[in-house]
Write a protein that binds this ligand. Sequence first.
Ligand code: SAH
Length: 345
Amino acid sequence: MQSFFDFTKEKLQSSLVENGFKRYLADQLFDWVYVKNILSFDEMTNISKGDREKLKEFYTLSELEIVVQQESKDGTVKFLFKLKDGLKIETVLMRQNYGNSVCVTTQVGCNMACTFCASGLLKKTRNLSTGEIVAQVMMVNRYLQKAQERVSHIVVMGIGEPFDNFENVIDFVKVINDPKGYQIGARHITISTCGLVPKIKQFADLNLQVNLAISLHAPNNAIRNQLMPINKAYPLEKLMEAINYYLEKTNRRITFEYILINNVNDSRENAVELAKLIRGMNAYVNLIPYNAVAENDYQRSTRIEEFFTTLQNNRINCIVRREFGHDIDAACGQLRAKNEGVLKK
Ligand code: SAH
């Protein structure tokens, strides 16, 4: 039995043929599941009864079970889902002024070990399958359907390093972007990476029109080494080279994420150095006020305004990111497996 959500249209076509179905059934199934949001084969009335019964033997349409659903005053909703093997993951829905954005998780735990991040405290147990990522969106969509709304944007910024689960994440994008399926435009999807250089190049070669965000967080190697162990494998010179490759190949703009941590990376000099590092690139900087977590001593910067102004004065496009779901611990970087009892409150 395989999860229906694991299949891109192309892969579903091959699988259907292998299992003795007609190839065109893939289009019908994508329509029922991703357009009509029907998650039971029995309700797919334009498919023959025989095929419906047989489909049930090969594919399942249940993937995630809701364990907790927490709603914030600002409309943010945090879902805790249980996977088939009992592991739990979190997904967050954010109500933006431009639509409904879902932040999906790509791995159970994370191996990148960024020193400021609570997620990395739980080492990676496994990658999520394509279906487990797709199902997060579909579950949130079911929730929104009650209000006759839909998921319009995806940020791949939940727990895990998406490029450490490359194939499944790319297939996830293909499923959710399918023109006869759920159809979230590539430009409404953003993948965030800590900087796995070979994967950035591989991603550029795919030319998907999906937005790429880089968790930069430092203007030089000394600071970045301290914050992100990945920088030792792929220092800034290598990272910038890969980003320039991406920019040339795709002609797209790149986003740099920069969390502002008190007295670590938030001085005026840091801002000037950052401006120098990225000057002339087709890029903008997303400044993220750091969310203090109990697991380390880092604090939110008190110089966000100054940093922002210094970048602007140095002709760098930048914004300070809005925060969501503070009251339910859903703020960026705070997705954590409290339910597993591993992390402190
Ligand atoms: N592994 C990917 C995506 C997941 S993290 C990446 O590194 O980009 C999503 C973003 O949240 C990253 O920019 C990460 O650095 C940031 N983040 C992690 N912990 C945070 C915290 N406590 N406060 C603010 N941002 C945080």
